[in-house]
Design a protein around this ligand. Sequence first.
Ligand SMILES: [Zn+2]
Length: 336
Amino acid sequence: MPEGPSVRKFHHLVSTFVGQQVLKTGGSSKKLCPATLQSLWLQDTQVHGKKLFLRFDADAEGEGEGGAPGGSHQHLEPLRKTARKEAAGDPAPEASGQKTAADGSFQSMELLPRGPGDSSDLAGDSPLPGAQQWLQVSFGLFGSIWANEFSRAKKANKRGDWRDPVPRLVLYFDGGGFLAFYNCQMSWSPTPVVEPHRDILSEEFHRGQALEALGQPQPVCYTLLDQRYFSGLGNIIKNEALYRARIHPLSLGSLLTSPCLETLVDHVVAFSAEWLQGKFQGQPRHTQVYQKEQCPSGHQVLREVLGPPGGLQRLTWWCPQCQPRVPPEETPQHQS
Ligand SMILES: [Zn+2]
């Protein structure tokens, strides 16, 4: 599941297209209807935790109510009005992939299975006419965004076919580039609420609020995944931060010392920031316990599905020696 750092990388890819107009659309999403994005201008993009937002306007001015506070417009490039002329001559998009892109990439979209199973990209029908339109993108378990290239098949499927993944949405921009969205859930949304104090990758991340949440009398591994306090934090960051802080995932937050919880928050922030930086430098992600057999000290790593009753259950890795449980696990009493 893409976590905060991955979504930031997608945000970076998208932000290079801000100020450009959508000339052509493609993609398999029936719910979203990619053609509704035709000729709109991408005027802003924001990332909040694991969610990405793209703002489309009907005109190049990008005027209207509801812009996010905090100067979200400041990075907009000068708008490119000249491109509108070219766009006017562009034929309207056909509905069902009859159109073929210059590189033939659209052809594969017709191979897409479009049964009732393809219902994961829930969305409203179309945006409000004339209004600013925010497209919310969630990445689920396997979502991704590619810029100026399509994802290719990494292996053959069960039938032995090498079939490339089919993007749900493709946006071709007047600058000549394109964005392809894979396995994303997309829907039109109200103006996103900006809450950087919850976002683990924001400079405004509110440590005090996070520490207070961690101090609850529940296993810390539950609290870490709570997006109300740790927006952008996912299972990988959870496992790695707990290992680095030497905290057992089922330790009760209320029984851990303040310095201990401080250390945990430090590692959450540091690991997330390093991961993000590594992404931009093309480095592979480096984990110490996540999906590992042994911890760096050579101990056997345990794994178990953990989560609050009725809540999100996630496979969790930890080292029982490096991460002792607080309070210690009860040992069965043998009575004779
Ligand atoms: Zn260990």
